[in-house]
Design a protein around this ligand. Structure first.
Ligand code: MG
Length: 418
């Protein structure tokens, strides 16, 4: 009996409280902060001049504007909405202001994306003499007063639960949800399986095939079953849904906001194969940098600059994190084909990878997915090792077959190899 009480006491003492702070419609909120006249109006943020809608205000959503609709279609169908080109530089600056407020409350803050961060709340109630709800309320108010950005906060005992809590909090008036041990059960019973962090639509469908509809259903499955079907990451998700954290808040790595690579051509070109080859070189260099920091990106953008200095940029969100050339090229080539015109002469091409997650985090989304994804990861690492030993571009990935003259900077030079 004594042993049991002692053990329970230990669990309570080790109980973590994690908050997930999520900025509401971040790009839209930033635009409204910068241009207060947009408050209350239907606005959409668009990726570049010929881009797509990447963020919508609730008024724009109410008009029925779909996410990802190309600008020209959106303008035609929904002329009453204001379309604003994305200003990523400003958004990054505003994000830093939000994060610095969070860091002033806790030494353990994990910036998860431009508009989301996990904050270790454990023990802060004593320090600030407030309960977790009051603390979340204070932080929310401070961010609103000082940065003019609205945030939603979910607080619970693991990152996965904090994420679910913040999703659920979006439907409440105060946009805060504290899911302690008592409300945890209600939370997981009311959360659909595909909404659990790292599961998503595709894996959600697979789980539904096993009769698992909610997060709660998943926790009812036997550990061995979960492990044999979804590996150790599946088991970690189950543990997190049951209220125990499986990966710590890591504030050690400050992830870069983006990794990009661009270069002007020696001669202007409108040859699509040449552009693809040039793009492939940049993709390879960026993927290498991404693997070096053990990250995956969730967004791929392509920049094309014309002879007369016009810029075309478009980006696409990936279904799941990637850091391997083949997968990123597939998306990048699709973008290129969309923004490219054979009548135009171009002076440069570039790639922008954004929205990074550490591999440790993205592992959660890997369980149950195709084994090729793990093979690609290993292939990427092998490629980097080969290059470290034998020199740059010793192995080429996904280049087009068409030979391109050396002067255009495509082929490997002997100097590169040495
Ligand atoms: Mg957000």
């Amino acid at each position: 009996m004594t042993r049991k009480i002692k053990k329970w006491g230990t669990i309570l003492n080790n109980q973590k409280y994690i908050a997930l702070i999520d900025c509401d419609s971040f790009f839209v909120s930033c635009e409204r902060k910068l241009n207060p006249e947009f408050k209350g109006l239907a606005i959409s943020v668009v990726s570049g001049e010929r881009g797509c809608v990447i963020a919508r205000s609730k008024e724009a959503k109410a008009l029925g504007i779909p996410m990802g609709i190309p600008l020209f279609q959106a303008v035609e169908k929904f002329p009453e909405c204001f379309y604003i080109p994305a200003n990523h530089y400003a958004y990054t600056k505003i994000s830093k202001q939000v994060m610095s407020i969070l860091k002033s409350y806790s030494p353990n803050v994990q910036v998860y994306s431009i508009d989301e961060a996990f904050v270790d709340f454990t023990g802060l109630t004593k320090l600030y003499k407030k309960n977790y709800y009051e603390l979340a309320k204070e932080i929310q108010q401070k961010i609103s007063d000082e940065v003019d950005i609205p945030v939603t906060i979910g607080v619970s005992t693991s990152k996965t639960l904090a994420k679910l809590a913040s999703d659920m909090a979006k439907n409440s008036n105060d946009r805060i949800l504290l899911a302690g041990n008592k409300t945890r059960l209600k939370l997981i019973k009311n959360s659909e399986i595909q909404d659990v962090w790292g599961i998503g639509r595709r894996l959600g469908l697979k789980l539904r095939g096993y009769g698992i509809k909610t997060a709660f259903d998943f926790t009812q499955k036997d550990d061995n079953w979960v492990k044999s079907h979804f590996g150790k990451n599946g088991l970690a998700t189950k543990t997190e849904l049951l209220g125990t954290m499986t990966s710590p808040i890591s504030n050690k790595i400050e992830l870069p906001k983006s990794i990009s690579d661009t270069k002007s051509f020696l001669e202007f070109s409108s040859d699509l194969d040449f552009l693809k080859n040039e793009l492939q070189i940049h993709i390879h260099s960026c993927c290498k940098r991404l693997r070096k920091i053990d990250c995956k990106c969730n967004s791929v953008g392509v920049i094309l600059k014309t002879k007369d200095f016009r810029t075309f940029f478009e980006k696409v969100n990936l279904e799941s994190g990637e850091n391997f050339e083949f997968e990123i090229s597939k998306t990048a080539f699709k973008i290129l084909e969309k923004i490219y015109s054979p009548q135009i002469l171009y002076r440069s091409i570039g790639i922008v990878l954004e929205d990074f997650n550490p591999i440790q985090e993205t592992q959660l989304s890997l369980f149950g997915e195709e084994p090729e994804k793990h093979q690609r990861e290993n292939l990427g690492k092998a490629l980097d090792k080969l290059e470290a030993k034998f020199g740059r571009n010793i192995v080429r990935t996904g280049f087009t077959n068409k030979e391109v003259p050396f002067k255009q900077g495509f082929l490997t030079t002997p100097q590169d190899i040495n």
